[in-house]
Design a protein around this ligand. Structure first.
Ligand code: NAD
Length: 291
């Protein structure tokens, strides 16, 4: 069993971005600039955005954090996005999700300029991804693809089971794994909360991507020997022995599943770090190689 080390791979991706950015800046080109919009004070969202901003600094990008109160009017947020769309200094815009219930995520995402949509959630980027055209790919599935690529994991003709069909993880993951690319060319089964025979499907899988947000859901009896297991889940589980009062748990029962796998991602230290690396890739491309 080999651990897919998100820390190591993300560091390699970030170093490469840092070197390329420094060289382009030295040749007189602009610095990539990411604008991150955060609404409210949700703990995990604060942490995610802070990590994204910090990672921008690490690779030599500029970042701007635009904050709004939880009760901001939808129109105010839409106006801020229009301003960032029109600002030629800004290359990429991300809106940290989820947004408060009174704001339409669909409206917000659809207003982003597709050329600045570095999260890859705009319908135009989703459509391009489905058709296999150059596009910003959603950061989490893109990060997983970068990880599979780094470890040279053979995906061609393999049966991949993706658990979860969200627009940000499960569904785009299923599309990327089924594309005629490397990594890709999998036969994909996408499962969700209404899937009846999940265990049997998982037992047939060469690759399992667990993205449902239920800690420890994927147990050893659901995994065949030598499967590749990618754990996307991140849930804060209360733990009074910890200073911050919680531990992060993935969707996989790591302790018992790991011995059966050929490769597995840990939580933390796996997919989460790759997500940020992929976002930086998209921001680099938004600045220098318009998709
Ligand atoms: P979501 O709640 O939007 O979607 C969950 C999906 O799981 C749904 O499609 C649902 O049908 C499916 N599901 C729920 N219960 C199920 C069951 N019993 N059997 C089969 N399918 C079931 O969640 P999301 O935004 O896709 O996130 C999933 C997990 O990944 C969460 O823990 C989230 O925190 C984590 N996440 C991690 C990263 C990262 O960078 N590592 C990024 C995004 C999300």
């Amino acid at each position: 069993m080999q651990i897919l080390d998100g820390k190591k791979v993300a560091a390699a991706v970030k170093n490469s971005i840092k070197d390329k950015t420094a060289a382009l800046k030295a040749s007189g080109q602009k610095t990539p600039h990411l604008a991150a919009i955060l609404v409210g004070n949700d703990g995990p969202s604060e942490t995610y955005v802070a990590n994204k901003v910090k990672s921008c600094e690490e690779v030599g990008f500029t970042s701007t954090l635009v904050r709004f109160n939880n009760n901001v009017e939808e129109n105010t947020l839409l106006q801020a996005i229009t301003k960032l769309n029109d600002d030629i200094a800004i290359d990429g815009i991300l809106v940290q999700l989820p947004l408060p219930g009174h704001i339409s995520e669909q409206k917000v995402i659809s207003l982003l300029h597709p050329d600045k949509d570095v999260d890859g959630f705009h319908p135009i980027n989703v459509g391009k991804m489905v058709k296999g055209l150059p596009a910003f790919l959603p950061a989490t599935p893109y990060g997983i693809i970068l990880m599979l690529e780094h470890y040279n994991i053979d995906t061609k003709g393999k049966h991949a089971v993706v658990i979860g069909r969200s627009n940000i993880v499960g569904r785009p993951m299923s599309i990327l794994l089924s594309r005629n690319t490397n990594p890709g060319n999998c036969t994909v089964t996408i499962c969700h909360s209404h899937t009846h025979n999940l265990k049997e499907l998982c037992m047939q899988a060469d690759i399992i991507v667990a993205a449902l947000g239920k800690p420890g859901f994927l147990t050893a009896d659901m995994v065949k020997k030598d499967a590749v297991v990618i754990d996307v889940g991140i849930t804060r589980v209360a733990d009074n022995s910890k200073k911050n009062g919680y531990v992060l748990k993935g969707d996989v029962d790591f302790e018992n599943v790991a011995p059966k796998c050929s490769y597995i991602t840990p939580v933390p230290g796996g997919v989460g770090l790759m997500t940020i690396a992929a976002l930086l890739m998209n921001t680099f491309n938004a600045c220098y190689c318009k998709v």
